[in-house]
Ligand binder design. Structure first.
Ligand SMILES: Nc1ncnc2c1ncn2[C@@H]1O[C@H](COP(=O)(O)OP(=O)(O)OP(=O)(O)O)[C@@H](O)[C@H]1O
Ligand SMILES: [Mg+2]
Length: 322
């Protein structure tokens, strides 16, 4: 659930117990807004700021009270969820699978190479720019590209198919090429600034897991890798909560040895950390020259399947094969 709108315009100094000296220390630690303060754990704030002992907890509590309601009834929550604006994928089949499109939270696209994860991400960079009456957010995207697969040329035919015109389309897609996992964290820090300034309402991480897998290979590094990945996902969740941002991540699959001959079992990389951290999990598979997309885990979507086709024009609808 995102923050209340009531805190818009509220400065750090407006909070109870926060004077100009404390506000200055918070800003020096990179905490500029009440929302940021409300979402940071006190322990983390203590580490990054010069606040005296106990002051961090007090400041966070004060911000949280200003931003989040203490308790809501389910009816109030439902009313609040009616304000959510869904983002179209540009494919009716996928939108139907997602009961209307993408929503704030983390959506994970899982699949083998060439199944269309990046194509979906590129297309979302454009649909987010569509007007609201066309299922867009009249917004912009921030793309953290970890595999050098972001190809801006692909946006032209996709934009044309969506009826989007003009070179400003490319200006509304901000690309950060992350060269390793530390750099990926840096990309997220910048993405957060864009989200805070309302310069991006969609954040893509393509791929979430590749750098972590490559850098922390071997069993002996598994625990450190999962901890680091967990921290990254947790920060993603926080950005989504703070700014109602829609987050889309891609994930690879691991081949595991065949138990039944001829049947190749596979599972998503990142184990439980990714499984628990991502809200909506979609599995993409190539079949009969098309891509089959299945919901494999979601707190609200039924476990259905949709079919799409990868074409020059992007991710297009196709009839389910018989
Ligand atoms: N210009 C194009 N015209 C038609 N189809 C295209 C075009 N560009 C890409 N594709 C399709 O998209 C596929 C690649 O999809 P994509 O890059 O999204 O895969 P991916 O799931 O991200 O794979 P990886 O795990 O390797 O990153 C190609 O195999 C092709 O089918
Ligand atoms: Mg890709």
């Amino acid at each position: 659930m995102g923050c209340e709108d009531g805190e818009e315009g509220l400065e750090l100094e407006d909070l109870e117990g926060i004077g100009s000296a404390t506000a200055e220390k918070l800003r020096r630690a990179g905490i500029n807004t009440v929302k940021q303060l409300a979402c940071i754990p006190a322990r983390e704030l203590e580490e990054i700021s010069e606040l005296a002992e106990g002051k961090a907890g007090e400041a966070v509590r004060s911000a949280r009270e200003a931003v989040f309601p203490k308790v809501m009834t389910a009816r109030e929550y439902l009313e609040k969820r009616k304000e959510i604006r869904f983002l179209t994928t540009g494919s009716k089949n996928l939108d139907n699978l997602l009961c209307g499109g993408l929503e704030p939270g983390i959506t994970e696209l899982i699949g083998a190479y060439g199944t269309g994860k990046t194509q979906v991400c590129l297309q979302l960079c454009l649909t987010v720019q569509l007007t609201r009456n066309r299922g867009g957010l009249d917004g912009a995207a921030f793309y953290i590209d970890t595999e050098d697969t972001f190809k801006p040329e692909r946006l032209y035919p996709m934009a044309k198919a969506l009826g989007l015109e003009g070179d400003q389309i490319l200006d509304r897609v901000h690309v950060f090429r992350a060269i390793n996992s530390d750099h990926q964290f840096e990309g997220l820090r910048i993405a957060q600034e864009y989200a805070a300034d309302r310069k991006a309402n969609l954040i893509i991480v393509d791929s979430l897991t590749a750098h972590f897998r490559a850098e922390y290979s071997g069993r002996e590094n598994l625990v450190s890798r999962q901890q680091r990945l967990n921290t990254f996902i947790h920060q993603l969740q926080r950005v989504s909560t703070m700014y109602d941002a829609i987050i889309v991540v891609t994930n690879q699959i691991l081949d595991i040895p065949e138990v039944i001959p001829g049947v190749k079992p596979a599972r998503p990389a990142g184990g439980n950390v990714v499984a628990h951290g991502c809200t909506f999990r979609l599995w993409l598979e190539r079949s009969k020259g098309m891509t089959r997309v299945s919901v494999i885990d979601s707190p609200k979507h039924p476990k259905n399947t949709a079919w799409v086709m990868l074409t020059e024009a992007g991710v297009s609808d196709v009839e389910a094969p018989r």
